[in-house]
Design a protein around this ligand. Structure first.
Ligand code: APR
Length: 183
């Protein structure tokens, strides 16, 4: 599914494995220790090779990690991308502990990093909706709202944002959110 925005910008939804998605930047659903893990984080480190963790070790050495709601940048190793943005989503604890704002902040930070790097394409997974337990319908609404707001703004180099959803049911949730609240 695709949606068009001013200036020829595009939002795409697809089912797939984000480690196989060609994009200038792919986004990882990381933890604040930047320590690697399962889910998409494990897949990115397996496919990207050890250079990504070596770079994260240096970042951790300097800054201690990455706060929830933010993201750090590394190169992409063997992945078909230039950068990985390691975004730290919130653990879902009922929704009244600032989770919506922290999740929105992840997407905003990555979109801002994309503009700072001057890149044209970025691919996101569904941050926080796996191990971190965020209900996917609420998470999809937040993710799509942040991305559509960014693509509707006239400024910016970013041309294409792709959500790579890992299952058909996840894809259908994102697609129904986008159909209900189109740009
Ligand atoms: N491509 C795209 N999406 C994927 C992939 C993949 N290769 N592998 C998993 N996913 C999906 C999951 O199905 C889920 O919908 O990514 C979404 C996010 O799930 P998680 O990877 O579990 O991320 P999150 O819920 O944010 O939890 C982060 O998990 O792996 C650890 O180190 C990570 O501690 C952190 C936590």
């Amino acid at each position: 599914m695709e949606q068009n925005f001013p200036g020829g910008k595009i939002l795409r939804l697809k089912v797939g494995d984000i480690t196989r998605e060609p994009a200038d930047a792919i986004v990882n659903a990381a933890n604040s220790a930047l320590a690697g893990g399962g889910g998409v984080d494990g897949a990115i480190h397996r496919a990207g090779g050890p250079s990504i963790m070596r770079e994260l070790d240096q970042i951790r050495g300097k800054s201690g990690g990455c706060p929830t709601g933010s993201a750090v940048v590394t190169a992409a190793g063997l992945l078909p991308a230039r950068f990985v943005f390691h975004a730290v989503g919130p653990v879902y604890r009922g929704g009244k502990h600032g989770e919506p704002e922290l999740l929105a902040s992840c997407y905003r930070t990555c979109l801002q990093l994309a503009e700072e790097q001057g890149i044209a394409t970025i691919a996101f997974p569904s941050i926080s909706t796996g191990i971190y337990g965020y209900p996917i319908r609420e998470a999809a609404r937040i993710a799509l709202a942040e991305v559509t707001r960014h693509l509707n703004a006239q400024a910016g180099m970013l041309q294409q944002v792709t959500f790579v959803l890992f299952s058909e049911p996840d894809y259908r949730v994102y697609a129904s959110c986008l159909e209900r609240e189109p740009a």
